[in-house]
Design a protein around this ligand. Structure first.
Ligand code: SF4
Length: 344
């Protein structure tokens, strides 16, 4: 089943990357600038929390000034969901379990119908309904039953523009619940390991959880949740999609791990090239190799479009498998960035 959100589709071959704004939406200018920056590095959909009516005013301003679909994140108060929909969001994320009963969920559904936008029903392992927890005990079973109950409201009132998410901070549980959900429901799945930790922990957990699911053809949109800036969430999400073959890398940097032979600070060099290429739009896909020595470097980097094999004082810049020139080590970065310009 495919769901449209703005001009995007969730449930097709393309897997949209999502992130969530970490500052209050009342910081309107900051939010707008951040969203555009995130869109430039590959964020497809942005979620914004709407905790009160002041946030709705901020949201209204933001919506006028951004180019990617915006999802309003709503908890507890159905009126905020209605206000966000009326403000023009492209999707709302609610947890019907904490919206306050069937009558209020129905009001949200009526408003969704009127504005013809989708909803994400978010089932979170950390906030499951008490009556189901007592009945089923097992977390995965409880999440699945919670989803059935909540989808039931939408079934009853005839609305099926639904994306489902099942979030757990446990990788194996995330895999299990989404695998079961794919069999149980026909709706697109928003996947990710939630509360996954800092950049390193969260990257590993999401790479395994989201990566495993995508390799098994489960998951239609992803969010990598990290205790780190939004940019990192998008870049890690992009790398996961590239690694499982669901997104073609525009630019790939291969670099050696360095060893006792290394003569140049490769870590620095990689980070500088990466930074310089973050916002660049390229004419074609390219691979840049940054290697720490002239012994193995050129051979190991032969599949790259261009790159460098570093030496003690001078390094070899190579392009299309041939040595292009020798340069002083102080000039490596400039030489690489100059060649890169040919691909803009
Ligand atoms: Fe060491 Fe050279 Fe291999 Fe880098 S390319 S890890 S410097 S041998």
């Amino acid at each position: 089943m495919k769901i449209n959100i703005g001009k995007l589709t969730i449930g097709g071959d393309y897997i949209p990357i999502q992130s969530m704004i970490k500052n209050p939406v009342t910081e309107v200018d900051k939010t707008i600038q951040k969203i555009e920056r995130l869109a430039n590095i590959g964020c497809d959909i942005i979620r914004i929390t709407v905790p009160d009516e002041t946030a709705v005013s901020g949201l209204r301003e933001v919506l006028k000034n951004v180019t990617i679909p915006v999802v309003a994140d709503i908890h507890f108060d159905y009126k905020l969901a209605i206000m966000a929909i009326e403000a023009g969001v492209h999707k709302v994320r609610i947890n019907p379990g904490n919206i306050g009963g069937e009558e209020k969920v129905k009001k949200v559904i009526d408003c969704l119908k009127e504005h013809n936008i989708p909803v994400r029903i978010g089932i979170n392992g950390g906030s499951l309904p008490k009556h189901l927890k007592e009945k089923y005990v097992d977390n995965v079973k409880t999440m699945l039953e919670a989803a059935k109950e909540e989808v039931g409201y939408f079934d009853k009132y005839g609305y099926d523009k639904i994306v489902l998410s099942f979030k757990s901070s446990n990788v194996l549980e995330t895999i299990e619940i989404n695998t079961l959900a794919k069999k149980e429901f026909g709706f697109p799945l928003h996947i990710g390991v939630t509360e996954a930790g800092d950049k390193i922990d969260g990257t590993v957990k999401n790479s395994i959880g989201v990566g495993h699911l995508l390799l098994n053809n489960i998951g239609d949109t992803i969010r990598v949740s990290l205790t780190a800036p939004e940019e990192d969430e998008v870049l890690v999400g992009k790398k996961i999609l590239e690694s499982v073959g669901r997104r073609s890398p525009e630019l790939e940097i291969i670099s050696c791990p360095t060893c006792g032979r290394t003569e140049v600070n490769i870590e620095n060099l990689v980070s500088q090239v990466k930074q310089a290429t973050n916002f660049v739009k390229l004419k074609q896909r390219i691979k840049i190799a940054i290697m720490g020595c002239v012994v193995n470097g050129p051979g190991e980097a032969s599949s790259a479009n261009f790159g460098v094999a570093c030496g003690k004082d001078k390094s070899i810049i190579f392009k299309d498998g041939k040595n292009l020139k020798n340069v002083n080590n102080t000039q490596i970065l400039d030489e690489l960035l100059n060649i890169l310009k040919e691909y803009y």
